[in-house]
Design a protein around this ligand. Structure first.
Ligand code: SAM
Length: 289
């Protein structure tokens, strides 16, 4: 194996063509080959920076055959820069598979850092930054989506989701149902572009807004973790009313599970939130004064 071979995973702009590093431009110029998710798309970027390096396509549907070919070229000593249409390759994009194969083959893998939609949204969302979970695109099938949301609903860290405009309403609906309408969130739209917008509100309010206004452009949805859940930290008045509602359902003969479900439905929050609020209320009552 020729030791000069190397794979660079290169970030490209997520909207503003200026968001690329000097080093990335230099490496795109100097590489033997650029492996691009969509060569037509990347051609615009290369033309902007007057880069004439040969390009080949590398995407989800040819990653097996093209991946082997690229590995062989790197083993023969070539440097290859892998780019996706936007942001970091491998993050909800092709690139991860090639990186794994290169690592297995003993080829050095180097990042060329830069733009990324998830982290750009996160740092501007106004939500806790101590820890976060990147979920990316939720599964389209409802059952799988529910499973993922049920898993992350209790995470204390801030959650990050990607979504396309035509699916935004459905996704906000699913998030509000599973995580609770009261959760603080931020819909970050068209980051770094002309119509950039960061809408900071609860999931319920975001859903109401985008039911009224057609979602346009690319979106990242950042949602507070369970610790930040305003439903669970509801003020005393709301907790009393939640407890009263629940007690009324029990008095009417419903079992605990159904009483929680009804209470959650009435308040537009998740059953888990109801459960936690009831637990918190119970703790308060049993605490020594
Ligand atoms: N690899 C990219 C990255 O590092 O961010 C993500 C690519 S993924 C196929 C595309 C999704 O990223 C979009 O559907 C949207 O959720 C998000 N996205 C990309 N560019 C964006 C932008 N300028 N503003 C908001 N979200 C964006």
């Amino acid at each position: 194996m020729n030791e000069n071979g190397r794979l660079y995973l290169c970030a490209t702009p997520i909207g503003n063509l200026g968001d690329i590093t000097y080093r990335a431009v230099e490496m795109l110029r100097a590489a033997d080959l650029i492996a691009a998710e969509d060569t037509r798309h990347t051609r615009g970027l290369l033309a902007h920076y007057d880069i004439h390096t040969p390009m080949t396509s590398y995407h989800e549907h040819n990653k097996d055959s093209k991946g082997s070919e690229l590995i062989a070229r790197m083993q023969a000593g070539e440097t290859i820069v892998c780019v996706s249409d936007a942001g970091l390759p491998g993050i909800a994009d092709p690139g991860g598979d090639l990186a794994r194969r290169a690592i297995t083959a003993g080829i050095p893998v180097t990042p060329l850092p830069g733009a990324n939609a998830a982290l750009s949204a996160l740092i501007c969302a106004g939500l806790p930054l101590e820890g976060f979970t990147f979920v990316g695109f939720l599964p389209r099938k409802e059952k799988k989506r529910r499973e993922v949301l049920a898993r992350v609903a209790a995470y204390p860290e801030t959650l990050i989701f990607y979504e396309a405009p035509h699916r935004l309403r459905e996704t906000l609906d699913a998030l509000a149902e599973s995580l609770g309408r009261a959760r603080r969130a931020c819909a970050a739209r068209e980051l770094t572009k002309k119509f950039e917008e960061l809408r900071r509100a609860t999931l319920g309010d975001l859903l109401a807004h985008y039911r009224e206004y057609e979602p346009r452009g690319e979106f990242v949805i950042v949602v507070a973790g369970a610790d930040e859940n305003t439903a669970a930290a509801a003020d005393a008045a709301e907790e009393v009313s939640l407890t009263e509602r629940y007690a009324a359902h029990i008095a009417a003969g419903l079992d605990k599970k159904e009483a929680m479900r009804r209470t959650a439905q009435e308040l537009g929050i998740s059953r888990r939130d109801v459960y936690q609020a009831l637990l918190a209320e119970e703790d308060k009552r049993s605490a020594p004064i």
